[in-house]
Design a protein around this ligand. Sequence first.
Ligand code: ZN
Length: 173
Amino acid sequence: MAMVAILNYPNPRLHKKGEIVTDVSAPDVQAMIDDMFYTLEHTNNCAGLAATQMDFANPKAITVLNDYSEDGSQPRCLINPVIIEQEGEQFEDEGCMSVYPRHIYEPVKRAARIKVRALDRHGNTIEYSAEGYVAKLIQHEIDHLNGMVYIQRLSSLKRGRVDEKIRKIIKKS
Ligand code: ZN
């Protein structure tokens, strides 16, 4: 297992879609999942990671998450995840490991409740209903797998301010 670098906005690779996994048992798929968990566990304040925001040559449609359930029932690895139901609305702050997380966080409109369908790392189909924070997290990670970072969901006015802030951060670093 290895630590994998997390890509920083505006790296164009963040806008590449994750490759659909056709064989979950393939060694490269299992190794990718191991490296993703290792990186998640060794990155401060990291709630979840999508393969497409990491320095993989061929990132696949995989996301790993911390478990926020009280009973350990929440899946921690979603492969080829798709939202199959959604309802309600939330508007909560988001940050992203790829978008200067110590400096930038903005509220984004998301569904309040979702049901996601995915494969687990053993190839089983799972369906999971989430609400609130975990629903937001899963929607954020699925955006990544579709080549989208959360600041693309901001109004153009807000987006302009965030881009300006990012330019200043990059200049200083
Ligand atoms: Zn993110």
